[in-house]
Ligand binder design. Structure first.
Ligand SMILES: Cc1cc2nc3c(=O)[nH]c(=O)nc-3n(C[C@H](O)[C@H](O)[C@H](O)COP(=O)(O)OP(=O)(O)OC[C@H]3O[C@@H](n4cnc5c(N)ncnc54)[C@H](O)[C@@H]3O)c2cc1C
Length: 353
């Protein structure tokens, strides 16, 4: 609630008076409990357990995918958030709790005044998103899969509870199985076939700064500002902000200025210029903060893979694996049970004719 009124807040909730958005916000408010957060964390950790192995497997098939093993340092500016985080996450395996001195020794560019303490997750990995997508597309092509980039899906064509084709601007594509994975747009496509998929866009921003102007030793997450800094070879990627209810991926200059202010007050050196123009992306957000993975009730061949919010890259391979296994074996992987699309289903609803 404090964030909704703060000037440089990393969170904005944009007002709209659409019934589906108001329903989403109510359900979101109802999910804001410690019990729901802990249950969600447990299910997400269980789903994530195979992530490193899957990424390493993909790297063996696509060596161009670089996986960086430098962990992440989560820096807490306020004593209170540090104390809360210690209570919530300090017991998790692989988490190292660091005093201010220890954190500053690891990352001397962090300002003393910006660090009450830190946590280090040594097992954390990072990849470049563009290389991940290139690696996946490369693997698909080697398997003989036809990839049609920039082909817009207009609607799903169905016969009762069975999808038979996907209508695109370039004609219909017959389908025996359909996986809906259109990010923040999935909701509208699902609604047209009577499936309730409450996904709202959470706009975030990113820009790259020159590595030599911000020579971080490894990835840093500024917890209070919710700003992530990821060093790649020549650049450091800065990412942050959550603007719920965004309708377009346009850059809001005031948000970028606020990210720069958070950086400048947290690091001894802060580049004033980004290397290229800032970029905005729409994260697919569900009201309970959990992804949606599995068969869409009442369809027998429509799968949903989406709603991953801030974790879509991390959970991408595990989600793909679970969907593929579900399609091939017809059974549901127990790790994705908590993410079933049926938790949002309106059971009386039938697909429109
Ligand atoms: C600034 C920022 C930082 C982030 N940082 C991280 C991070 O550090 N780690 C992490 O795990 N995640 C991160 N994320 C979140 C991650 O990007 C998302 O969770 C992820 O991209 C969601 O994947 P998706 O495939 O569901 O949706 P998207 O990535 O949005 O992909 C959906 C695709 O479907 C296409 N599409 C949409 N509509 C149609 C249509 N009608 N027909 C055909 N195609 C269509 C879109 O063009 C798009 O290519 C970040 C997001 C942002 C914005």
């Amino acid at each position: 609630m404090r964030w909704l009124v703060e000037r440089d807040s990393p969170l904005r909730v944009l007002p709209h008076f659409e019934p589906s958005y108001l329903w989403w916000l109510l359900r979101f408010a109802a999910s804001c409990s410690s019990a729901a957060a802990e249950a969600g964390l447990r299910s997400t950790l269980a789903l994530n357990a195979q992530t490193s192995a899957l990424f390493e497997g993909l790297q063996r098939e696509a060596p161009e995918l670089e996986i960086n093993h430098r962990g992440v340092l989560v820096v807490y500016r306020r004593l209170r958030s540090f104390a809360d985080a210690r209570k919530k996450f300090g017991h998790l395996p692989g988490v190292e709790i660091l005093s201010r001195q220890e954190a500053l020794a690891l990352e001397p560019l962090v300002r003393r005044s910006a660090c009450a303490g830190a946590m280090r997750y040594a097992a954390e990995r990072h990849v470049r998103p563009d290389l991940l997508i290139a690696a996946l597309v490369g693997c698909l092509k080697r398997l003989g899969v036809e990839v049609r980039p920039r082909t817009q899906c207009l609607e799903l064509i169905h016969d009762g509870c069975h999808v038979v084709a996907v209508r695109t601007a370039d004609g219909d594509i017959d389908a025996s199985i359909c996986v809906l994975a259109a990010g923040a747009n999935s909701s509208a496509l699902a609604r047209r076939v009577g499936v309730r998929l409450p996904v709202e866009a959470g706009r975030g921003y990113s820009f790259d700064v020159a590595r030599d102007q911000l020579p971080l030793r490894g990835p840093v997450y500024l917890y209070d500002a919710r700003l992530a800094l990821t060093p790649f070879n020549d650049t450091t990627r800065v990412a942050g902000m959550m603007e719920l209810g965004a309708r377009t991926a346009t850059v809001r200059p005031r948000a970028i200025a606020s990210m720069h202010r958070a950086g400048a007050t947290s690091f001894e050196a802060w580049p004033t210029d980004a290397l290229e123009e800032a970029w905005a992306g729409l994260r697919p957000m569900t009201p309970d903060g959990l992804p949606v993975i599995g068969l869409a009730h009442p369809f027998d061949n429509l799968y949903i893979a989406g709603g991953h919010g801030m974790l879509g890259l991390t959970l991408s391979l595990r989600t793909g694996e679970a969907i593929a296994e579900g399609i091939v074996s017809g059974s549901v992987d127990p790790a994705v049970q908590p993410f079933t699309p049926t938790r949002f289903a309106n059971r009386r609803h039938r697909p429109p004719a």
